[in-house]
Design a protein around this ligand. Structure first.
Ligand code: ATP
Ligand code: MG
Length: 319
């Protein structure tokens, strides 16, 4: 896909999403970065900031088949993957596929289910394969998971295991709208233009066909990332492993994610080359959820965001 077409698709995707979602521009960009690079996203925010609505809207923008799993404390792994059921008439087992057999999956409130159920998503996210009763089934090539969660301090939640978090390319944090946006939301809610109504009326048009996604990814992979910048990016990820206040740093998957994210960020800005700023902008959403701070620093009130800022200040930007 050439640069012009790539720019056009990205711009259309932003404006279509913006028909339903008010504001949240950075959030929308990051969500599109995940989708268009073929990766999974963890969407975090307090109740009512439109996490679920965003993912439902994105499904329309993609024109992809979509399923939603509401995670609850009693959800079982088989509720996600499916089960073999004995068919009396045919005298054999037949597979009843679970909701995971889709292209675009909303794993809503993922931290409300225990670890065993959460990890039913693991293999699927990494390998796009599902194993049921020792038999392996493939998922669509574009299988993408957007998981939402409330911030972990909330009661009755099970924090995601580290291995699970590493499989998300970005953590997308959603904050409440500013006053002007909230006013617009209030006004729309009183008319026929309420966000949910607009979505139900199918005002959102798909911007790309599933078959074209592969081509779009090739276009992104052609975005120039100079050798010095690759080294810069690798050094940023590696610094998370040696920083004094970090207990567990980011693994090599973070390096791969940062490369893809920086390229997509460049494309969204309409450039066919990555700048140091693209890398700096994407460092936080790529790295934050993968770091665990040493408890003594955490108690002092240090945050992962601050640690990443410190790292970015320490590492010299190549010219
Ligand atoms: N930025 C926004 N644009 C459009 N609608 C919004 C926005 N913020 C909030 N809303 C409205 O807020 C309501 C709540 O959205 P939604 O259910 O997606 O929240 P949520 O973040 O998933 O909440 P929860 O954590 O409780 O599941 C929606 O009905 C939507 O109309
Ligand atoms: Mg929700």
């Amino acid at each position: 896909m050439n640069m012009e077409r790539l720019k056009e698709v990205l711009a259309q995707a932003r404006s279509e999403t913006g028909k339903v979602i008010i504001g949240q521009h950075e959030v929308i960009e990051r969500a599109l970065i995940c989708i268009f690079t073929g990766n999974h996203a963890l969407v975090e925010g307090v109740p009512g900031v439109a996490k679920t609505l965003l993912v439902r809207t994105l499904a329309h923008v993609l024109g992809a088949d979509f399923a939603r799993i509401q995670f609850t404390p009693d959800l079982m792994p088989a509720d996600i993957t499916g089960t073999n059921v004995f068919n009396l008439q045919r005298n054999e087992f037949s597979l009843i596929k679970g909701p995971i057999f889709t292209s675009f999956l909303l794993a809503d409130e993922i931290n409300r289910a225990p670890a065993k159920t959460q990890s039913a998503l693991l293999q699927a996210m990494q390998e796009r394969l599902v194993t049921i009763d020792r038999e392996t089934h493939s998922l669509p090539a574009n299988f993408t998971v957007f998981a939402t969660q409330n911030p972990i301090e909330y009661e009755g939640t099970y924090p995601l295991p580290e291995a699970q978090k590493d499989r998300f390319m970005l953590k997308i944090s959603m904050t409440p709208p500013d006053r002007a946006e909230e006013l617009l939301l209030a006004q729309r809610t009183m008319t026929r233009d309420a966000p949910e109504t607009l979505l139900a009326q199918k005002v959102v048009r798909p911007v790309i066909k599933a078959e074209d996604l592969a081509e779009l990814r090739e276009g992104l992979a052609a975005i120039v990332l100079r050798e010095e910048l690759v080294a810069y990016l690798v050094d940023i990820v590696r610094a998370t492993r040696t920083h004094e206040s970090v207990l567990v740093g980011a693994g090599p998957r973070a390096t791969q994610s940062l490369i893809m994210a920086a390229r997509a960020q460049a494309a969204i800005a309409g450039r066919d080359f990555v700048t140091p700023d693209d890398i700096k902008t994407m460092a936080s959403p790529v790295l934050e959820h993968r770091l665990i701070l040493r408890p003594e620093f955490e108690i002092e009130g240090l945050t992962v965001t601050e640690v990443i800022q410190q790292i970015l200040q320490q590492i010299a930007v190549p010219r």
